[in-house]
Design a protein around this ligand. Structure first.
Ligand code: SF4
Ligand code: SF4
Length: 468
């Protein structure tokens, strides 16, 4: 193909003019079957696509072919395992004016709440009692109420809270864009992935949707992942809130962002999140006319899977059970389960009005675990890579070579075994034990298989926290 896919200028991360040029190029090539076939052939090599190529497939590629390729890439790199996590909301104080979020500072209807360290500990115990080992902390941006010292103290509390056999073994953070110095502090505190959604990459739209507060600085926000990398955080998670601007624009920019990180730091994002805008207090969905339907959402997920095979894809409980089932099949590798999006929601269940968005999948973690097994997946509570120092380019190397598969399968079975013994009901445990016996045979290396079989027995006898 003749299109120049280099990303240059503007912020050096994405380039508006280039996106508009690519979109025009995509439309000009909608009937160019040889080109579309050539891109599909390249995609089948399972090494990813450049942003322009991916954009042409998204619009004019054959959906069945893309879905089938997305499934085979998912199978090759992620198998049938799904990693589970939960969000933990620390505080909904926020000085920003994001028009799509009920935590925006103009919203006087919502109750404002910030958890104390004791309350955080109780939330963590509630999460551990559910069976969670991996969480992502969330807080609004408010230097007075939620300063970095509060966040660091909270991280220490979370890692330090141990209840019965429970422990939070990996803590990811979804916090406002900050300085290199503060990213260094977060890294030192032992965070896993630093997650920050761009919300929308469309600068003009971004400015309209972020009329006030620190987050209104487009460049400050989009350059956050560069500062995080410079601060030593080599696992970063990016994302778009689909519905804020044209999805084709967002898709292209998202891939340009991946290309920028890979080119500049030698490692692309660890995860991509694909939330869609949801109803919430003070948020009228009718004012967002770029919302996408389920069919477009599925094609987007499949095209991300095909374009960025080595990057995990996350969907939250914003999506319904049905929608999650569909996209699990097309490439999603991590989902949240049993989530509460209110501050203090795990301990108190019924909270005063502090929710960030309405949840569509309201099932408990136990129900999600059972459901995953019933539809052919292995629920995983694995947190091994980060704890074994397999992050950044080390992780990507293993992922690109397909070797990560061996680690993931073994760790999934061991953590599922722990879950079944410590947290599940009897019926789920029966289903789970059968699944573990079957999946054990899928560990190709005989030595590893026998080692994991021994560890599974040891877990039944009371040992915990094995990992490879
Ligand atoms: Fe604050 Fe984040 Fe909500 Fe914006 S999206 S209002 S920064 S909590
Ligand atoms: Fe994730 Fe690594 Fe565990 Fe695989 S082994 S599930 S990549 S943490």
């Amino acid at each position: 193909m003749t299109y120049n896919t280099e990303t240059k200028k503007t912020t050096g991360i994405i380039n508006h003019e280039q996106i508009m040029t690519v979109l025009a190029w995509v439309d000009a090539n909608k009937d160019n079957k040889p080109l579309i076939n050539e891109i599909m052939r390249k995609a089948r090599e399972q090494k990813g696509l450049l942003h322009a190529e991916a954009a042409l497939l998204l619009e004019y590629g054959d959906q069945d072919e893309i879905f089938s390729l997305a499934r085979s890439i998912k199978d090759k790199f992620y198998g049938n395992r799904i990693v589970l996590f939960a969000p933990l909301y620390l505080s909904n104080y926020c000085v920003n004016g994001c028009t799509y979020c009920p935590y925006n500072c103009r919203n006087k209807n919502i109750a404002r709440k910030k958890l104390t360290q004791d309350e955080i500990s109780r939330e963590v115990i509630a999460l551990q009692e559910m069976g969670h080992k991996r969480i992502v902390i969330e807080a609004g941006e408010d230097p007075k109420n939620n300063p970095i010292e509060y966040i660091l103290e909270s991280i220490e509390t979370i890692y330090g809270t141990k209840h019965k056999n429970g422990a939070i073994r990996r803590l990811n953070v979804n916090l406002a864009a900050t300085t290199v110095q503060e990213y260094k502090m977060l890294k030192q505190a032992g965070i896993g992935t630093y997650i920050l959604f761009q919300e929308t990459y469309h600068e003009e739209q971004y400015k309209k949707l972020h009329p006030s507060g620190f987050k209104s600085g487009y460049s400050w926000h989009i350059e956050a992942m560069d500062r995080a990398m410079q601060g030593g955080i080599d696992d970063v998670g990016i994302g778009v809130l689909f519905g804020l601007a044209d999805y084709r624009y967002e898709f292209l920019a998202l891939l340009m962002h991946c290309e920028h990180l890979e080119k500049t730091y030698g490692v692309g994002p660890h995860t991509i999140s694909v939330p869609r805008i949801k109803a919430a207090d003070d948020i009228n969905l009718d004012s967002f006319n770029n919302r996408i339907d389920d069919a477009t959402f599925s094609k987007l997920v499949a095209c991300i899977r095909v374009s960025a095979p080595y990057t995990g894809i996350i969907v939250s409980t914003r999506e319904s059970t049905e929608s999650r089932k569909k996209v699990l099949d097309l490439g999603v590798s991590q989902i949240s389960g049993g989530s509460r999006t209110s501050v203090g929601g795990y301990e108190e269940k019924k909270q005063e009005n502090t929710e960030q968005f309405e949840i569509s999948d309201n099932r408990s973690l136990g129900e999600v675990v059972r459901w995953l097994m019933e539809i052919g997946y292995v629920p995983s509570f694995c947190t091994a890579c980060y704890r074994q120092g397999r992050t950044g380019d080390r992780f990507m190397e293993l992922c690109k070579s397909g070797q990560i598969h061996n680690f993931c399968q073994s760790n999934a079975l061991m953590t599922l075994q722990e879950y079944l013994i410590d947290y599940s009901d009897e019926d789920t445990a029966v289903i789970g034990q059968k699944l573990i016996s079957k999946e054990l045979l899928n560990i190709p290396d005989e030595k590893t298989r026998s080692l994991i079989a021994q560890k599974l027995e040891k877990i039944k006898e009371g040992s915990r926290d094995f990992r490879i």
